[in-house]
Design a protein around this ligand. Structure first.
Ligand code: ADE
Length: 247
């Protein structure tokens, strides 16, 4: 996958893109990443990238000519989506990350200041994505979050094949959160490990994990249960949980 980012702060990306999974993806040739400096497309001698808004009010707006030139130069003749990182966009979810991971190339535009000129949005932006209902000072951190979530969906990137399908929110778990995990030692500060996990009965372990996922989702994010893919057995277990809690 190729990912191009347009930003006023390209150096913000290098530390993150050079570590851990991001670096692995680049090293293995699964990711071709490039950060492009929007300021490089400014033409006046001060390299101005922003201007005050028509109609007054606070904040500065990215100049349309500079941003349009940057997008056109990076996009060239490609049909890949140009995505604006913005608090007004559609929310980044597991489903959106999966959808984006199927593109061969993504072009991410990081807004700064108050925003971008509406005409560039109309002419050159194909999609707009938010990472949550809060406002960041710029789209850079949001772009990094998006890249991380998208890359995890690319087959062959994570150690165990299909591991991402068992993540919280993933289809393999039917849209549930993952239950608790344990590793050695068997006793830690007076707390043990559920016996089923050391029993060696794989079917029992699977059943326990499924029930724990239902329980955790119900406790932490009950809103997800309405959209979760639950079997009759799952529903019976959930009904029992609710009944026990009502006692
Ligand atoms: N830029 C500023 N706030 C943002 C958000 N919540 N998501 C994506 N980009 C942003």
């Amino acid at each position: 996958m190729k990912i191009d980012v347009l930003t006023l702060f390209p150096s913000m990306f290098e530390p993150v893109m050079s570590e851990s999974m991001m670096w692995k993806a680049r090293d293995r040739g699964l990711l071709d990443f490039q950060a492009h400096d929007i300021r490089g497309y400014a033409v006046d001698k001060h390299r101005t990238v922003d201007d005050s808004p028509y109609g007054g009010g606070g904040g500065m707006i990215l100049k349309p000519d500079v941003l349009a030139r940057a997008i056109e130069a990076v996009k060239a003749d490609d049909q890949s989506p140009v995505i604006l990182m913005s608090p007004q966009g559609r929310l980044l979810t597991h489903a959106v990350a999966l959808e984006l991971s199927r593109h061969a190339r993504l072009i991410l535009v990081c807004g700064r200041y108050e925003g971008i000129d509406e005409r560039v949005r109309e002419l050159a932006i194909n999609d707009e994505i938010s990472i949550g209902d809060y406002v960041l000072t710029g789209g850079e951190l949001a772009a990094m979050v998006l890249i991380d979530a998208v890359l995890r969906q690319i087959p062959g990137l994570l150690g165990a094949e299909g591991a991402q399908d068992r993540d919280s929110h993933a289809d393999g778990l039917g849209g549930l959160l993952e239950g608790p995990h344990y590793t050695r030692p068997a006793e830690f500060r007076g707390l043990g490990v559920p016996a089923v996990l050391t029993s060696g009965h794989h079917a029992e372990v699977d059943r326990w994990r499924r029930r724990q996922a239902i329980k955790r989702t119900w406790q932490m994010r009950p809103d997800l249960l309405a959209r979760a893919n639950l079997s009759d057995e799952d529903r019976a277990f959930l009904a029992q949980l609710m009944e026990d809690a009502g006692d």
